[in-house]
Each structure stands twice: as C-alpha cells, then as structure tokens.
Ligand binder design. Structure first.
Ligand code: MRU
Length: 371
C-alpha cells in the first residue's frame, strides 16, 4: 500500500480510501482499499476491490461516502478495473474506459466530485492519446497515476481548508461548533472539509467542542463523525437532529459548519438532508452557518441549487432502524438523501483558497478559474 504522510490528526485515523499496489510480476492485481463505513463504529473492516461492479456497489451502499471520498474511490476503482482489461488496442481500451467510467458515475447522482474525478481520468487518457501512440499498459498507468494524484490533491485541499478555516476563530481560545452528517476524514482523502478547521484549531491549542447531529436516516453523524472526533480526542456530544434548535437557544453553539455535495454557481448548497433546516434555525438564532468544500465540489454548470439532482434512497432507510421496523407497513415513505440550502443562508464558504463571502457568483468562478 502506498505510504501516506501522517500528521497529528490523521495519525489517529485509518485511511478511508487507499491503493494496494499490484504484486510484483502480477500486473492487474492493484486494488482499491476502503474502510467499510457501514460497519462503523462497531467494527473496522476493510474491503479490497478490483471489479467495477464491486466499486459501484460499495459507493451505492455507502461503504465509502462523502463527496470527495467517493471521487477518490471511483477514480482508484476505475484504475483497478481497467488494470484487468484484456484490451489489446488503445481504441478498445478507450471504449472500455468510457463504459466503466459512465457506469461508476451512475452510482450516486448528487455529489459532483464523483463525475469530476472520473472526468479527470478520462481527460488524462485523452491527453496521452493526443500526445503520442501509447500502448494499453501505458494507458492503464495513466489512469492510475491520475487517480493517485486526485487522492493526494484531496489530502492537500483538506489541509488547506483547515488552515483557511482558522480565520473563523480569530481571537478565540475556545469554540463550540455544531455539524451535520460527516464531512471529516471519513468523507475525504484527508482530514475532511467541515471538520478540517476544527482539527487544525485543536492542533493549534484551541479548546474545541463539537455537537454532532446524529443525521437520520443513516446516522453518519452519530456513527462516523462522533467516531472520528473521539479517535482524535475532541469532546463530542451527539444529539438527535430535532435537538439542534434547543441547543442553539441554550447558547451552546458558536457556529455551524457543514460540508457540501455540490455547490451551484450562485452559492446554493446541496448537502445531507437536514442541512437546510439547520441553516434556517441557525439564521433564527443569529448563529453563523458555514459550508466547507474544495473547488472540486463546485459545479458552475448548475446556475442554482434547483438544477442539482437529488438522490432518492430506499424507503427501508426511513422505515427501519438497525433492521427493525419503526412504522406501520401500510404507510408510505419519502427519502431524499440531500437538500438544498439557499446561498442567502450561508455566511461563508471555506475553501482551500480562503473563506468566500456573499455574493458568491464571482468568488466561486474565480476559485475554479485559479484551480
Ligand atoms: O450520503 P453521504 O453520507 O455520502 O452524504 C455525505 C454528505 O452529505 C457530506 O456532508 C458531504 O458529502 C460533504 S463530505 C466532505
């Protein structure tokens, strides 16, 4: 497995997404390694995947989840699947690449990082083909190198978001933040997006306390955010989603910070279901509501949040908890996995290049242009 540089925070956390090198003399045996997040917090189980169908299923059932992490996993999954290609001609390889990339992209519709990462791998291959006459083995190497570059870049983006987010805490020695879902190390290739400034603040000596919304239906807050924050030693209080307003009213929260699955050109944010409600109650209590995300989560092709596709998930996720039925069999269920928070409720977007302030249109364009 590729060694990764550890720091004070990530040394406590296992890598969410990693690459296992092919065994010597066995080309095509490289694998995508994932920490299976459906098993947390009770068990630390790893999956090693090579087939496109396995990677698709792991993304769909949320063994790997969080916008940047699914981008990294899809790119490495593409490299693993294509590492096994039997194509003998570059054109045949290219057809296979398109087919597998399209298939993986269809695993989940909302987080744009998935399509973005796969597009980057396709572009790298197109570039190699335009520049010379590479053989299939070289093209396989191109996909893998691009996928590893995406993972490495994500690690750096998370670190930079952590550094930039420190400006939110100027003059403070203590912070109490509320977050929703999981936008930490488990959701990225690095130390997270929303949690990154909190990790960095702690490393720099601030006292950090976090309220983690449990995040029904799949409990990413209780299962994952609380797990990673506690591994790092941050004081964490898990609350039911319905308790956030009361906790704010009691004056226990300085700021809300969440991640994003896609940010439209006007600054509207798609994120885990419940984010919008949180932004509304934060506004009522005059508590700043921040979103943290890298440029790879910004989709300038979406003029506003209304254009962003929202993933609909199975009814059982709402109807059941831990496999036990929680509602009568004859009612219906609705399970949108994400919601849209209008830009006007967002006090700032913490990016790798600084904290953007409203209006967001031009600042987001500039961020994407620079990157
Ligand atoms: O359904 P999930 O668990 O993939 O949803 C994840 C989120 O909504 C995160 O907040 C978002 O992807 C940002 S992760 C840095």
């Amino acid at each position: 497995m590729k060694p990764i540089k550890q720091d004070q925070t990530t040394m406590h956390l296992p890598p969410t997404v990693a690459w296992v090198e092919a065994a010597p003399g066995k080309p095509g045996s490289g694998r995508l390694r994932l920490l299976d997040q459906t098993r947390l917090p009770n068990r630390e189980v790893y999956l090693e995947l090579t087939r496109a169908e396995e990677v698709f299923a792991a993304i769909r059932r949320l063994s790997v989840r969080g916008a940047p992490a699914i981008g990294c996993a899809a790119a490495l999954g593409l490299a693993a699947a294509l590492g096994q290609s039997r194509a003998t001609e570059p054109t045949e390889f290219l057809r296979e690449l398109e087919k597998v990339a399209e298939y993986l992209e269809s695993a989940r519709p909302t987080a744009v990082n998935l399509a973005w990462a796969l597009h980057r791998c396709r572009k790298a291959v197109a570039r190699a083909l335009a520049e010379g006459e590479p053989q299939v083995a070289e093209l396989q190497g191109v996909v893998l190198r691009e996928a590893l570059a995406i993972l490495e870049e994500d690690r750096a983006l998370c670190r930079a978001i952590g550094d930039q987010g420190m400006t939110l805490f100027e003059g403070r020695t203590e912070i109490s933040a509320l977050t929703h879902c999981n936008a930490g190390a488990l959701a990225t290739g690095g130390r997270g997006t929303a949690l990154a400034p909190l990790y960095t603040a702690r490393e720099r000596g601030l006292t950090v306390r976090v309220f983690a919304d449990e995040t029904r239906p799949l409990l990413q807050g209780a299962r994952l955010t609380a797990w990673e924050l506690r591994r790092v030693g941050i004081e964490t209080t898990v609350i039911c989603d319905s308790m956030a307003a009361q906790v704010m009213r009691e004056g226990r929260v300085d700021l809300v910070i969440v991640g994003a699955d896609r940010i439209a050109a006007n600054g509207d944010v798609a994120n885990k279901i419940g984010t919008y409600g949180l932004a509304v109650i934060a506004a009522y209590h005059r508590i700043p509501f921040y979103v943290a995300a890298p440029y790879s989560t910004v989709d300038l092709a979406m003029a506003s949040g209304r254009d962003i596709p929202i993933e609909q998930r199975p009814a059982e996720e709402v109807a059941e908890i831990g496999g036990r039925r929680m509602a009568p069999l004859d009612c219906s269920f609705y399970n949108p996995a994400f919601d849209l928070t209008p830009a006007e409720l967002v006090a700032g977007i913490v990016t790798e290049r600084g904290v953007l302030r409203p209006p967001y249109d031009q600042a987001l364009r500039e961020l994407c242009r620079q990157e």
